[in-house]
Design a protein around this ligand. Structure first.
Ligand code: HEM
Length: 337
């Protein structure tokens, strides 16, 4: 990891969240062409870009670790149902805990450590000052379910998909920073059902092809893709449950404040087969950057201007940009003369 976690900043109220120069430099800029269209943009989740890259490890722990864990604790305190698991997903919860403990302690030994003696495990997280002895597979030896316990210690949202009948079902997860969707609403849905609201992609066959790819992912060969949207203010929790808190903020963007107020929100999505349960783990690792910070990289600003200018209207509406999209295009135009 390049940048050590910094003191807690906020994703609500006074919005003190900020990116260091290093965080801007390693930001996963998602536009690879001048026009953005939905595609099956899946690749193998293998290391890329060296030690400064967000693709160095399975899970990227960065300078926002403490802030994101503090934000998650607030959301779960307000609404514990942001973490859900159906009865048949209990084993997948242990798979998830193991995957996270092993990869964090291997990739970031300065912060996390795991000792295993058969089923007797000892976990330490020095960033959150946590030490835990427990019996792997025995929930009574943890303060909460394994999904809840470990989800509170890893950056990113998590869904655990049960695989049956050549389909995936959203039967467990911890989702505290979604881009306008709800785990409680989607729980139990199939792959095409929870993707129901997405425009254009169904008829282009994207979801049929993506599902074939996902159901064939074997153990030990994770895949990844990037997705993006825009958000007003550095707000992580843009869930339907909290819409009254943030929906109206879309009307507050002006030509004067657009560079500071509008954030590009990029999701690094990782898909990994769980070994015991055969569930598919879906990680949504979210990165936020203001337009102002994007503009520090002239190539990004120019590319983003073109992608925004040519974005199809159904995507503008679906992503919730209708009210302020023109202000984003106007602001970015100065970097694309
Ligand atoms: C949007 C979940 C994999 C493409 C969404 C939404 C959810 C979701 C909950 C929001 C839908 C709404 O508006 O309510 C998942 C899960 C996946 C997965 C759990 C893993 C099993 C994929 C894959 C693709 C994909 C592999 C590849 C093509 C999309 C697209 C959108 C979307 C294009 C619209 C995003 C936007 O415009 O902001 N997904 N997805 N998803 N998903 Fe997936």
């Amino acid at each position: 990891m390049r940048v050590a976690p910094k003191p807690v900043q906020s994703f609500r109220d006074d919005f003190t969240y900020s990116n260091s120069d290093e965080a801007i430099e390693r930001f996963p800029f998602p536009f690879v062409e001048d026009e953005y269209r939905y595609s099956v943009n899946i690749e193998s989740h293998t290391p890329k870009g060296g030690t400064d890259s967000i693709y160095e490890h399975f899970i990227d722990i960065d300078e926002h670790y403490l802030s994101e864990m503090a934000e998650r604790a607030i959301v779960l305190e307000e609404n514990p149902r942001r973490c859900l698991s159906m009865g048949h997903m209990a084993l997948a919860g242990w798979d998830f805990l193991e995957r996270m403990m092993v990869s964090l302690s291997t990739d970031y030994p300065q912060y996390f450590s795991l000792r295993r003696d058969k089923d007797q495990w000892h976990w330490e997280n020095t960033l959150l000052d946590i030490q835990q002895d427990f019996v792997f597979g025995d929930e009574s030896t943890l303060p909460m379910s394994p999904l809840d316990y470990m989800g509170r210690q890893v950056q990113g949202d998590f869904a655990l998909l049960d695989q049956r009948d050549n389909d995936l079902f959203m039967d467990a997860g911890m989702i505290t920073c979604p881009a306008d969707w709800s785990l409680a609403f989607d729980a139990g849905m199939s792959f095409s059902e929870w993707h129901g609201p997405v425009p254009m992609a169904h008829s282009a066959g994207i979801f049929d092809r993506a599902l074939k790819y996902l159901t064939a992912i074997p153990i030990g060969s994770p895949a990844r893709r990037l997705n993006w949207t825009l958000t007003v203010n550095a707000r992580m929790d843009t869930s339907p449950e909290k819409y009254p808190d943030w929906g109206h903020e879309r009307t507050t963007v002006t030509a004067e404040n657009v560079a500071q107020k509008v954030y590009l929100r990029v999701e690094l999505q990782i898909m990994d087969r769980m070994p015991r349960s055969n569930a598919l783990l879906f990680v949504i690792r979210t990165y936020l950057i203001s337009l102002e910070d994007i503009a520090t990289n002239p190539e990004w600003a120019k590319r983003m201007h073109r992608a925004m200018k040519t974005l199809p209207q159904p995507l503008i509406d679906y992503k919730g940009l209708t009210r302020y999209h023109h202000l984003v295009v106007d602001y970015l135009a100065q970097f694309d003369r």
